[in-house]
Design a protein around this ligand. Structure first.
Ligand code: DLL
Length: 444
């Protein structure tokens, strides 16, 4: 913890003294000291990590400089599954004050643990996240991230409270009540997945509430990819500024990286989480600026240190200084994972490209789904997208015009022709958390 973070005259958070602005040599010193400590801790307490180091003839003393991190073995998601539930813990259960879990796509969830110190670090990085998004004491924060095993709800809750804001722990769901609270409680900021917030915008319109007329100023969005086109729609429809925040359960939850007012990438809180970019095929570290897979090492986590965790998220690191003055490096917004690539008739397709193409076309709504089927051995991709009630109820001509523009936009951005299904508003299922964008029926 950095007690000087809470040293402004009113006892509130003082962002300028946060480690976000440490001079670079000082930051690297902090990182190296913490890296040595975390490697020793994992070596002493986590058998899997110790045996992997021993296989390579390494010990914690092999870490002399930050560059030596490249010699350490990677940790991957299946390591968490294989040691389910508690096999990677480095603290005795008596020191673990919290467990969370993330379900993922297959089988058993992965379980993550926090000591009291870990919870304090988590609220510190979330406080720094909210400060970077322009929130402060006096803001009223409606926290619509799910509370429970998902890390979003409690992670944002502790950070917003530590910031000195007023937190409304509403969790996800019950959209009508969300709108009522937003209107009646003087809410100035909302935390949600971008897909759930687009649903709240839609519901507010149906209820005759214009979000642009409320004191609502900021949206803090994350937990799933969302395009710039989606951001522009949200900002215009709700009259807010939308910020992107990033994190994952294995590392801490939300609070790994956040946009700042410059909105030119997300600053990684790298005094706690050391970022690297690797070639996902070969595992070789790549220089700043190159696109590859993000690998993160927790520098201060006690209950469950993660050494070189392969996130599968594709991005690049920007080392050049940011206009906001933060010295911690930035990652580019994450549009895709190495494992969400769809190969359709030989062409690589990412759902985020489809989203960008759809939202370029006027008359579409930000609700869509990609459905994959196999017909006579050939993969087919159908994009189902809602269009506005006006387009839908208009003569066939209007629908056909939107369809033609969509087909063109998708072919231009994605590079293939797809089957398009234009549907009425409210046809596609809404989610309260992460949206399910792809439905794969190819194995049915
Ligand atoms: O989604 C933690 C979180 C909660 C982040 C609230 C932000 C806000 P998991 O459920 O473990 O944790 O999912 C982590 O979600 O590896 C990314 O693939 C994706 N993800 C998270 N934030 C973003 C983002 C939480 N801003 C996985 N942009 C990660 C794109 C994101 N993808």
């Amino acid at each position: 913890m950095w007690p000087e973070l809470w040293n402004d005259a009113a006892g509130g958070f003082h962002p300028a003294s946060a480690p976000d602005f440490l001079p670079e040599p000082h930051l690297r010193e902090v990182q190296l000291r913490r890296l040595k400590a975390v490697v020793s801790r994992a070596y002493e307490h986590v058998p899997l990590f110790r045996s992997r180091l021993q296989e390579r003839g390494l010990t914690p003393a092999s870490i002399q400089g930050l560059g030596d991190i490249a010699h350490l073995p990677f940790t991957v998601k299946t390591d968490l599954r294989d040691t389910y539930p508690f096999g990677l813990f480095a603290s005795p259960m008596a020191d673990v004050v919290r467990l969370h879990a993330s379900s993922g796509t297959t089988g058993k969830p992965i379980v993550v643990a926090y000591t009291r110190e870990d919870v304090a670090v988590w609220s510190e990085v979330m406080t720094r996240t909210f400060a970077a998004c322009g929130l402060h004491r006096g803001d009223v924060v409606q926290n619509a991230f799910g509370y429970g095993l998902f890390t979003g709800g409690l992670g944002a809750h502790y950070g917003a409270e530590a910031l000195g804001a007023t937190v409304i722990p509403i969790s996800g769901g019950n959209s009508d009540r969300q709108i009522m609270v937003m209107r009646d409680f003087g809410v100035t900021a909302v935390c949600a997945t971008p897909s759930y917030f687009t649903h709240l915008i839609e519901r507010a319109m149906e209820l005759g509430v214009d979000l642009r007329e409320l004191p609502l100023r900021v949206g803090v969005f994350g937990a799933e990819p969302w395009s710039d086109a989606m951001r522009r729609r949200i900002e215009a429809d709700a009259g807010i500024r939308g910020f992107d925040i990033y994190g994952l359960s294995e590392i801490i939850g939300p609070g790994v990286a956040s946009e700042c007012p410059a909105q030119d990438g997300l600053h990684v809180f790298e005094d706690h989480f050391y970022p690297e970019i690797i070639d996902p095929q070969t595992g070789t570290p790549l220089p700043d600026g190159s696109e590859g897979e993000l690998v993160l090492t927790t520098l201060s986590k006690r209950a469950m240190p993660m050494i070189r965790y392969r996130t599968r998220d594709i991005t690049s690191l920007a080392a050049e200084p940011c206009a906001c003055g933060r010295t911690i490096r930035r990652i580019r917004r994450i549009g895709r994972r190495s494992d969400d690539m769809l190969i359709i008739r030989g062409v690589n397709v990412y759902p985020s490209q489809v989203e960008a193409a759809l939202l370029e076309v006027e008359g579409t709504l930000p609700h869509y789904q990609i459905i994959l089927t196999r017909e006579q051995g050939l993969d087919q991709m159908t994009v189902e997208v809602e269009v506005t009630a006006e387009v839908f109820s208009d003569k066939v001509r209007a629908l056909e015009a939107v369809r033609a523009r969509l087909a063109h936009a998708i072919e231009h951005i994605v590079g293939i022709r797809v089957e398009l299904r234009l549907v009425e508003p409210r046809t596609i299922e809404r989610s309260q958390g992460k949206a399910r964008r792809v439905i794969d029926r190819r194995t049915l």
